[in-house]
Structure formats: C-alpha cells, structure tokens
Design a protein around this ligand. Sequence first.
Ligand code: HC0
Ligand code: SF4
Length: 574
Amino acid sequence: MIEVTVNGRKTEVEEGTTLLEAARAVGVHIPTLCYYPRLPSHAVCRLCLVNVSSEKKPQPACKTTVKDGDIVETDTQELIEYRKTDAQWLLARHPNDCIRCEVNGSCQFQNFVSEYQLEDCWEKLPRGSEEHPEHQLSDHTSPSIWRDISKCVECGLCADACGEAGQQQNIIGFAENSSGRVPVTVFDKPLSETKCISCGQCTLVCPVGALIEAPHWHDVIHTLDAHRHISAVQVAPATRVAIGEEFGMNPGTISTGRMINALRQLGFDYVFDTNFAADLTIMEEGTEFLSRLKAQKNLPLFTSCCPGWVNWVELNRPDLIPHLSTTKSPQQMHGALTKRGAFARSLGAEFESGKTEPYVVSVMPCTAKKDEAVRPGTSGDIDRVLTTRELARMIKARGIAFSALPDDGKFDNPLGESTGAAQIFGASGGVMEAVVRTATHLIDKENTLPLEWEQLRGVNTGVKTAEVPGIGKIAICNGIAAAQRLLSNDDWRKKYVAIEVMACVGGCLGGGGEPKSMDPKVLEKRMHAIYEIDKNSTRRRSYENQDVQKLYETELEKPNSEKAHHLLHTHYAP
Ligand code: HC0
Ligand code: SF4
C-alpha cells in the first residue's frame, strides 16, 4: 500500500491506483467526461486536471497513478479556471437546447455547466447549424440506438465501448475533421446499414445525449395518461436490481416491490413479471435441447434470448443459425401470452370485440430488446420496450418519490409467478444454469447434481465451462467479444453440447439500457443481488412454477407441442 493526501485527507491505496480513484476513495469529487471505469483512460476532456506534488504541471487524474507520499490538490482557483476554459471550448459547439434532449437532467456535461455557472458562455448557434454544416448528422435509422453527433463532446468512450477494449464490433470509430474529432461509422453509413448489433454499450458510456436508446417512453406515458386501453407491463430480472441507482441507492439494491408500486402509480393496469416467461422458456428450451441431444442434431445448441447475440449471428455468421434455439426470448413469450393468450381473452367482451387489444409494454435493461420487438417472427407481441433508464425518467417526470415508496408491491397473476431459476437469467451464466436445473430433472439426475453451478457464474470476461454428468460439456460466453474468440476456430463444434452467449459483459445486468453507473464494482453488486433473490426463492427450478404447469394443462398441452410452437417459437433470417 502507498500513502497519498488529497485536499488534506490522508489515505492508503494500492499501487497502480489513479489519482481519480484515490480522490473518490476519500470522498473528493473531481469532474470527468471521458472517464469510464471499465474502459481505458485517454484524458481528452481535461476536466480532471489536478496538482500533484511529484509533478511540475497539473496532471489528468484519470490517467495518472499515485506515487507514494503524493500530495494532491483538486480545487485551486487556477485548476477551476483550466476546467472552465476547457468546458467553454466544448460549449462553443454544443447545442443549447437541453430542454429537447433525451438525457436532459442526467447529462454529465449539463451538470458541469450548471455546477460551474457557465450558462452565459453557451454559444447561441449549436453545432449542426448552418455555421457548422459538416456536423449535421442525426441518425434515427436503428430501432434501438439514436445518434446525434451535434451533441458529441469528443470523449471517445463510445468508440472504446464498441472497439477493442469493449464489444470488439468496431462499428463506431473516431474521425478527425476541421472542427474536431467525431464518432463516425464506416463510410458514414446510418447505423441500420452497418453491422451494429444494437447492444447499446455506446449509449451506456456516452456522458451526454449523442448516443441514446431509441426513446419509447413518450408514447408509453401518453398512452397511460389517456387510459383508453387496458395496459400491461412486464419487468426484466436485471431491472429490479439496478433501477434504484437512478434514485441514489446503492447498486444491487433490490427494488422489486418499490418498482411495482411505481408502475402502478404511472397507470399500468397489470404489472407482470418477465420471470414467469423465463420459467416457460426453460421448459421449451430445455425440452428442445434434450431432443437435439437425443437426435444428435444441431449441437451445440446456442441460447437465443439475447437479441444482441442473435443480431450478431444473423449479420456475421448466418451459417450458425441452425444452432440457435428456436425458443422465443422471455420478453417475446410474455408479450405473445399477454396479447393473445388466456389473459387477453379474460379481458372479456371488449377484447373479443377487437376494441381493446391490451397495450403491452416491457421494461428491459437492454437496448436490443427494442430491435427484437420489431423483428420478423416476433413483431406484434410487444407494443413498446422501455429501458431501465427510460422507466426512471418516467418516474421522475411524474414526480414519484421512488426511494420513499414502500417495497411491498406484488406482481399480478397468473403471469407474475416465477422461480429463482428465472431470476438468474439476468446474470451471465444464469440461463444455462437454469437450463441445467430443469434438464437434470427431466433426465432424472436432479438429486445427484448440485443446484448451484458456481463455475458458470461471475463477471470475468471470457468463456466459462462445466461438465454436466448425463448431458455433456457446456460453455458460457460472457460478452460478444468472448463469443467471437470462441467461434474463431472450429473446436467448439466437438467440445460442447450447449453454449450460452450474452452480448454484454455481465449479461443483462450489464446491458446497454441499465443506469449509467460509475461504480467500478457495479456488475458484481447487481449480480450478487440477483443470486440473493434466487437463494431466497421458495422454488428454484423452472418446472416447479405452478402457473407454468397450469398453462400447459389448460392451453399448451406440453413443452414443444404444436400449440407451444405456434405461440412460443420463432425463426431467424440471414
Ligand atoms: Fe434479460 Fe431475458 S434475462 S434477456 O438478460 O432470457 O434484457 O434482465 O429480460 O427476454 O427473462 C434482458 C434481463 C430479460 C428476456 C429474461 C432472457
Ligand atoms: Fe457498437 Fe453496440 Fe453501439 Fe452498435 S450498439 S455501435 S455494436 S456499441
């Protein structure tokens, strides 16, 4: 350990700690725009310049490591002036119409401008106006991701998140031009014409509103306000362990009941749980897997509930399509059941007359789920998809004091019951662990094998594997980059019987639609919460879900039946 003093506060830190991390450890705030915990620091925004005793000139705190005995100052008048000058360069080209911006109120640059009282330095002519025609680029062609380069502050984080340090898709890169560096696609194509997989990692790291999820919350809030339709919402497993962060709570705070109460206050008639459909997915996918295993056909089976991964296969490796499970994702299954299943019929005469098809919304930690909701084979199941961030925005827009809500809300039934196996879907490795819990039951090995598969868990990037007696070897790819590596040669074909891929590191809990956290341990904390919910569940295997069992008895006959195929399976296209 080495010693450092920041603004008079002495502390000990590990060697290799940056000045920024040391400052944050003692509660000293240093502003940043181009810093993000899991990505390399390039120190381009210069807002984090600090004085440090071992250097003559101010140094960027995000990139400079602590030396033993360093004395650091972050708040001298000279440093404040440096910061203001740097920010004014950015302000000179930044649009000044925050009120129309999707990230209004949660923009790091806006926060800086307001904190440092720079409003008067804002140029009246934004980038994108006639004076700066070369930057006139807004791109709303993707169903998941919107770009508005006029708002870019040139931090470079989107290119890192999409590039080698992150997803390794390289859809966005930086190009220099006369007035600065701008994030561009190859040949400046709109996103919909690139191989963008809609994972949204670029939106997660963007400190402003240059890259955002395609917003659906306006339509949702207006529809709820008008109250002409019966409305139903489902919520993904990863949302409930992260949404509290938008309201100042610690990452990993389980807010299921509070979130349900907030959704009811927003005006939803029914609040359902995506986890119900996750249990159903396991019944369908587990059965599909065992029949492929028996027939030794299209193995290994690839999970298909991550739409970023499905996009990647279709765009880059259509030869792998036969390996994808045809089982719809829980989001789409839940939507299909809500729109066209017994629940919809239970709405009675209004539904039968075709007057009020329920308005079906999902809340997901994922931007690619917006894309999934409109793809051939599944479109029509869901009307709108909100990210976790958009739900928080709606709650703020209606002035609901989220953290003061009681945590006692309960999901509606019958589309609200679930087991612990469904909850762990939200973490990398969880879908496969849930499959194993039920598949081992279906082959009568349940009592001889563990319930928890530690070797499939964790946030470390890369491939995790396990040998399941009676089934074979399975693999987990934590992030699309890990999947690309695994598939770069043909060894996987013989080695594994099933492979789970989640495009975002951590799985859905690291999804591109989750709150923008600066906590370096955020994934671990959210993951811990997910496994806690599982541990505390009375039922922890999907086949034990009583309402899923009833659904088969009353409507679907049995897993993989013709009826189940019609409602719960899909197809893919190159
Ligand atoms: Fe996920 Fe899902 S677990 S993809 O990660 O399978 O987004 O949280 O809702 O659909 O259940 C995301 C999360 C889901 C789906 C489920 C799956
Ligand atoms: Fe790259 Fe994902 Fe952003 Fe597309 S959504 S540009 S693949 S980071």
